[in-house]
Write a protein that binds this ligand. Structure first.
Ligand code: 4AD
Ligand code: MG
Length: 461
């Protein structure tokens, strides 16, 4: 008797092998002589079809208790299936209902909207779509590690609690142990010296600054962890808690940075298309027709590379009426990013050299003193998926930029020290994991590609 996952059972040749399967019942069809049910255990998209020949085995009591959603253990023999849907089916000898499902189980046969499923985030992983997303996330996570590990990068665990604002945008969730209803004050201001860390602290928006520290010692490093942003943007591509992958490379300029970002994305795409084939075919069929062909084309393409100034020229030549302005100096909005990737280049585009006013303090200033060595990777349907840059490695320029950006130079003393002791040209970028998963699965809303979304006014589970 083999105790296998359904994925393995479905790969066996159906020659009367005895197997035991455990999982949750998706559907049941019960007639006088025979009962069919579909069993899923999350190991793959496909269900195991189980047949109970009522004239041969007496399992009437268990069949009666086994509703949609129940957990069961079933034993029997694998046989070729007469149906077209699957190659083999399990002919049950024995059935145990481990946990019954009450009749109000919400995931009955009909298809539910993603909005409804968001309200039952504790049950939605039992649907085809959310099971597939979980498996694709897993495959993508492993592919990310394999890309860096094969290239000698060190996996770095950057802190979640931080005293600095990496993006300088002030969109941080503060953490404190001070009593909120009556915090201690001096001169009318909250006295953070009495707080747990003796100063103001927050949840990190990025592990980049710490990655720069380790890149300045180990050469090439990457982080892969949760990041938090208190942006008040209620869009289909923003989360308050999301996962980010941030490589940082010493002795690497913006061109080297772009090369790594491009081969990185292609590597994960190829791995997913190969290792999560069944799930990707499901997304292609049910969520976004043409998805696989599109991603395959990207995986073997060369990404377009343009400057921000050229991007603005493209937008100003466009016949489209954009909602947001396209003057030099304005930030690119989602509609502009989609226009560039979908209408102009029909594929990913890397945009470089943005105006310094719309980018973070740490980006290397170009000789024109107007633009910085930023590089954003934009992809069709999503827009910005990666944000990165070459970093300012000159002490005086960096100090000036920190002050110009309205930040307190003394808070960044250790960051400036890296420019005093053996500074090197270095670069890095951040890939938003959920934006990436959105892109490869074709899912419309970012809330549906993370197990438990946190967004404005939403943190239920
Ligand atoms: O462009 P961002 O803000 O860059 C950084 O944080 C840099 N420190 C990265 C680096 O150079 N090491 O964010 C990087 C990516 C974005 O391109 C986007 O994919 C994702 O993170 N992202 C979000 N994803 C979901 N929800 C949000 N609120 C996001 N904000 C950024
Ligand atoms: Mg960005």
């Amino acid at each position: 008797m083999k105790n296998l996952r359904i994925k393995e059972i479905l790969q066996l040749t159906p020659q009367c092998q005895e197997v035991e399967a455990r999982g949750w019942v998706r559907t049941k069809r019960d007639t006088k002589n025979v009962c069919f049910f579909e069993l899923n255990d999350g190991s793959c998209l496909e269900n195991l079809q189980v047949v109970i020949d009522k004239n041969r085995v007496n399992l009437e009591k268990e069949i009666h208790r086994m509703n949609t959603g129940a957990s069961v253990i079933v034993r029997g023999k694998l046989a070729p299936s007469p149906g077209k849907e699957q190659s083999s089916e399990l002919s049950a000898e024995n059935l145990t209902v481990v946990g019954e499902a009450e009749p109000d189980y919400p995931l009955q046969k009909k298809r539910h909207t993603f909005e409804f499923l968001r309200e039952i985030a504790h049950l939605r992983p039992r649907t085809n779509t959310f099971g597939a997303i979980a498996r694709v996330r897993n495959t993508a996570g492993m592919a990310i590690h394999s890309f860096f590990q094969e290239r000698g990068f060190i996996y770095l665990h950057s802190p979640i609690i931080t005293a600095s604002d990496c993006e300088g945008a002030g969109e941080m969730f503060q953490i404190t142990t001070l009593p909120l209803e009556n915090p201690p004050t001096v001169d009318g201001k909250i006295d953070f010296t009495q707080d747990f860390f003796g100063k103001r602290t927050s949840l990190t928006v990025s592990g980049q600054l710490e990655a720069e520290i380790y890149a300045s010692a180990l050469g090439n490093v990457y982080t892969f962890g949760p990041t938090f942003r208190a942006e008040n943007s209620n869009t289909s591509r923003h989360l308050a808690e999301f996962w980010m992958i941030e490589p940082e490379m010493a002795f690497c300029d913006i061109n080297c940075n772009m090369d790594i970002a491009e081969s990185f994305l292609k590597h994960i795409l190829k791995e997913i298309l190969e290792k999560a084939r069944e799930d990707m075919e499901f997304f292609d069929k049910r969520i976004k027709p043409g998805l696989i062909d599109g991603l395959q084309a990207v995986a073997s393409s060369t990404f377009a590379r343009i400057t921000y100034t050229e991007a603005i020229e493209h937008l100003n030549r466009a016949e489209e009426n954009f909602e947001f302005p396209t003057e030099w100096g304005c930030d690119l909005q989602s509609e502009h990013e989609k226009y560039l990737t979908e209408k102009v280049f029909n594929g990913p585009v890397i945009v470089t050299d943005y105006p310094k006013e719309i980018k973070a303090f740490y980006m290397k200033l170009n000789d024109d003193e107007k633009t910085v060595r930023a590089m954003d990777v934009l992809v069709p349907r999503i827009g910005e998926i990666i944000g990165g840059s070459e970093r300012e490695s000159d002490f005086n320029t960096l100090k000036r930029r920190i002050a110009e950006c309205g930040l307190r130079v003394e808070d960044y003393w250790w960051y400036l020290d890296l420019r005093r002791y053996g500074s090197v040209p270095h670069s890095g970028f951040g890939l938003g994991f959920e934006r990436f998963i959105q892109w490869v699965t074709g899912m419309q809303n970012i809330r549906d590609v993370i197990p438990f979304p946190r967004t404005v006014k939403l943190a239920e589970f």
